[in-house]
Design a protein around this ligand. Structure first.
Ligand code: BDP
Length: 683
């Protein structure tokens, strides 16, 4: 392997890596066009924009670009100079225009935040070696709310966090501000994210006490000039836990008054507080159902309290209950769709991409397009809870886009939403996301929330060029690898529409045999394997979940022969001998898919090995070692699942494939302790 002679990097700089441009002719062109920066006057945000520009240009061009007060050719001007006629109406409050006029580069926005976003775009332009001839660039976000959701607990652990511990140092806040907060804010702003929820949706009411609010103030003060609003998760029973009330009934006068007072208090601390995110009546969390009230009663209670201050309530649609005998994937729709139009204007319903729970592949959630009178937010998960934790390389842009491009009852899904939320995959690991490619998903989230028309390929190109190298062979091969990496885990974990067959609780590794305890947390509930076949019948002969989709998609799904094969076992119980489009029987296709997944990981390994000359040894080796783990675990998934399903099909794994090395009993007895991402008490 020929290694690159590049200094080792640890990934801390993420995509904001301002390394010298090696292409000499490009460097000369840039240097000739950029000779000084007109010092902007004014706000903290403009100072940040200016500092980022100076820092970025110094790194990229290898020279310190001086700040000036008089306008000369070769200047970069931040703001709206009078000499440039700029049509800024279309870019709204957050958009920007980057243009070149009279030998000057102008980065303009209607607001300072717009200018900051423009500066980050301009630096990206240079980092990805784009021509300065390709101006103007005019850009504005397509979605209003672009919110990163941290599932961080006050004790420093992170629910489903695989990149270390929380970097919110609650103990030392508000007095000590880690420099990491600033770098976090730069990264977040650079991709246009305009809100962060600091705390886990499985909320601790303490985060709403003055003691913790003072800590949140320090973070929100730091984030404000970066255009980032802070949100907190609110525990529905907080009036009882920290308010001393006997009830949290949303129609109780004392409860109403308590939340009003609480909202006033929060806004005294954080004048631009974004609002609450609430997980209610789901997985044991308290909520309005505890008092026989509806979700809209619960959400409106908080919405009324926040409305005078301009805050919003992000109410999660991830609601289901074991006591409800209905198919789990139908419950949220059944409960919430009839409440369309009953939520206050400042309530947003946050809906996961699929109706179950962030599985490697799900159909889109049928709530999208079904609640035209309610603002919806699409929730995706960058933390790889169901995608191999942080050890598997899985580029999620194709997954997110598959959902966003889906045709709902009310048009393309992305056009039915007002916001996007992403469950963060960050932590205290030096490189932020654990896997060196994990940051691509954080990046993708921001980019798609800003502009959902971007292609997976385009986002991969940008990210790779900024994170690793602009070398064409590298960009092309690594992009292919990233694009393959979405389908690989689907194949080696849950092909053909299988879902929820991972190990219990920590979700690390296969567990198609998991039984016992509440039914909707077991695997057979979902795969329904028996001697006849496998798959969950969601047609009118089964749970009829397909009735929640519109025609013609509904009919397409309901017919086994027209149902997309990648969702076949999500919607149908299919005979082992059923013939698929490949001409193979279902059983043989399952064997094929599981093996294809492993083969894809091996392809990714071979591709990466051929790219050593483009990447510093430290990051190269890190990725290489993680791919070894991924290959091992892909085989583990394949062998365990095929051994298990074979007990129903009673058919051989075709001889052309690798055969399992261990017995089913062996796989069933594999135990893992202290898997990251789950508090010890849950074991
Ligand atoms: C599930 C996770 C659980 C989360 C829950 C949620 O297993 O830890 O609390 O989602 O989204 O995927 O609320």
């Amino acid at each position: 392997m020929i290694h690159a002679h590049k200094p080792d990097e640890d990934g801390y700089d993420l995509w904001l890596r301002y390394v010298p441009i090696e292409d000499m002719s490009l460097l000369h062109t840039y240097r000739a066009a950029i000779t000084n920066i007109m010092q902007p006057s004014g706000s903290l945000t403009l100072n940040i924009a200016q500092n980022e520009l100076v820092r970025g240009l110094e790194g990229l061009l290898g020279v310190l670009i001086p700040l000036t007060n008089t306008l000369t050719p070769g200047a970069i001007v931040l703001g709206k100079p009078t000499f440039a006629k700029l049509e800024t109406e279309s870019i709204g409050d957050e958009g920007y225009i980057i243009t070149s006029t009279q030998g000057v580069i102008v980065i303009a926005g209607n607001t300072d935040i717009g200018v900051l976003y423009g500066v980050f775009h301009f630096l990206r332009h240079l980092q990805t070696h784009q021509s300065l001839e390709n101006l103007p660039i005019i850009s504005a976000p397509k979605l209003k709310y672009r919110v990163l959701n941290h599932w961080d607990n006050l004790d420093g652990t992170i629910e489903r966090g695989y990149a270390g511990f929380s970097f919110w140092d609650w103990h030392k806040l508000p007095d000590y501000l880690s420099p990491r907060y600033t770098d976090y804010a730069r990264a977040v702003a650079s991709i246009g994210i305009n809100g962060v929820t600091l705390t886990n949706v499985n909320a601790n009411a303490l985060s709403l006490t003055p003691q913790y609010l003072q800590k949140a103030v320090a973070l929100s003060d730091l984030f404000r000039p970066y255009g980032i609003r802070v949100y907190l998760s609110a525990r529905f029973s907080a009036p009882i836990e920290i308010g001393g009330l006997k009830t949290a009934d949303p129609l109780d006068a004392d409860v109403i008054a308590w939340w009003q007072t609480k909202a006033e208090e929060i806004y005294r601390y954080i004048p631009d507080f974004g609002g609450f995110i609430v997980k209610a009546n789901s997985e044991g969390q308290p909520g309005p159902h505890d008092y026989q009230r509806s979700h809209s009663d619960g959400a409106n209670l908080l919405a009324h309290a926040l409305a005078p201050f301009g805050g919003i309530v992000i109410w999660r649609a991830f609601v289901y209950a074991n006591e409800n005998p209905e198919d789990r994937t139908k419950q949220a729709y059944d409960d919430l769709v009839p409440q369309d139009g009953k939520f206050e204007k400042n309530v947003l319903l946050q809906v996961k991409n699929g109706p179950l729970d962030f599985q490697p592949r799900e159909p889109y959630h049928p709530i999208f397009g079904a609640m035209p009178n309610t603002s919806l937010v699409l929730e995706v998960q960058m933390a790889q809870e169901y995608l191999g934790l942080a050890t598997h390389m899985v580029y999620m842009a194709p997954l997110f886009k598959e959902t966003m491009d889906a045709e709902t009852c009310d048009g393309p899904l992305a056009q039915t939403i007002t916001g996007m939320a992403g469950v963060a995959n960050t932590g205290s690991d030096r490189n932020w996301c654990g896997h060196p490619f994990g940051a691509a998903n954080w990046y993708t989230f921001g980019r798609l929330a800003w502009d959902y028309t971007l292609s997976s390929e385009a986002i991969a190109h940008e990210w790779l060029r900024m994170t690793f190298s602009n070398a064409p062979r590298f960009v092309q091969m690594a992009t292919e690898m990233m694009l393959t990496s979405r389908e690989a885990p689907v194949n080696y974990m849950t092909p053909l529409g299988l879902h929820h067959i991972m190990a219990r609780s920590h979700h690390y590794g296969p567990g198609p045999w998991v039984t016992g305890g509440r039914a909707d947390w077991t695997s057979p509930y979902y795969h329904q394997a028996d001697s006849e076949g496998i798959g969950f019948d969601r047609t009118p002969f089964g749970s009829n979940a397909i009735s929640q989709y519109c025609s013609p998609y509904r009919e397409q799904l309901s017919n086994r022969d027209t149902c997309p094969e990648n969702l076949l076992l999500w919607f149908h119980h299919v005979n082992w001998q059923y013939i698929l489009m490949s001409g193979r029987t279902l059983w043989n296709e399952l064997c094929f898919k599981y093996n294809e997944g492993v083969a894809q990981v091996r392809q990714m390994q071979a591709a990466w090995d051929s790219l050593a000359e483009f990447v510093d040894a430290a990051r190269f080796e890190h990725v290489r070692a993680l791919l070894v783990i991924q290959e091992k675990e892909a085989c583990w998934w394949r062998d365990a699942c095929l051994c298990y399903f074979q007990t129903f099909s009673k058919l051989p794994i075709p001889a052309e494939y690798e055969q399992p090395t261990e017995s089913l009993e062996y796989y069933m007895n594999v135990q893992h302790y202290f898997v990251p991402g789950i508090p010890e008490s849950r074991f």
